[in-house]
Design a protein around this ligand. Structure first.
Ligand code: AMP
Length: 176
């Protein structure tokens, strides 16, 4: 299956949730058995030789593919969640969004120094969410971090926020 076919399966919703946003609806991509399998195969082929021990998914759309890829890679899955959701001791990171601040958390014992981590989310826009997730995972002192998105909005240039030594990849690229 081609990348064009997968790209065409993403539904664009203009002006959602607010005017000016071209919302990328991935439910139309996921509802097809063939698309879902192709996506998980692409991610497996990309990361199979990297020694990934944990896939970290960001709430909430990073929870769709994250566990599926973790199973294929033979890795564990760790959630990054919004405040008040994780039941044990957490560490957190605050980041600035367009309207006010946001906080994300991870269990303090979820990752170890031996872990090679793939942080996964559905979409890279400004990059604020993933930078916060990257900083959070780094605080736990893991061995190596890879970053992956299903979709990158290229014109927002979110990828420039990450240090050169971090490999950042996305499966599908959109202009806006
Ligand atoms: P950002 O922190 O700006 O990179 O935003 C990334 C997060 O916001 C992701 O978790 C996405 O789920 C969501 N998001 C931002 N822009 C869009 C968009 N145009 N379509 C769908 N989701 C978006």
């Amino acid at each position: 299956m081609s990348i064009e076919t997968l790209t065409a399966a993403v539904r664009n919703i203009p002006d959602f949730p607010i005017p000016g946003i071209q919302f990328k609806d991935i439910t139309t991509l996921f509802q097809s058995q063939e698309h879902l399998k192709e996506l998980s195969d692409i991610l497996y082929e990309k990361y199979r030789d990297r020694g990934i021990t944990k896939v970290v998914g960001i709430e909430s759309r990073g929870f769709f593919m994250g566990p599926a890829v973790a199973i294929k890679l033979g890795a564990g899955f760790v959630p990054i969640r919004k405040p008040g959701k994780l039941p044990y001791k957490v560490i957190e990171e605050t980041y600035t969004k367009e309207y006010g601040d946001d906080v994300i958390q991870i269990h303090e014992d979820a990752l170890t120094k031996e872990d090679v981590v793939l942080i996964h989310d559905d979409l890279l826009a400004t990059g604020g969410t993933m930078v916060a997730a990257y900083n959070l995972v780094k605080k736990l002192g893991v061995k190596k971090i890879y970053i992956n998105f299903l979709i990158e909005l290229e014109e927002l240039e979110g990828h420039v926020l990450f240090p050169d030594e971090v490999e950042v990849s996305s499966v599908l690229k959109f202009k806006v």
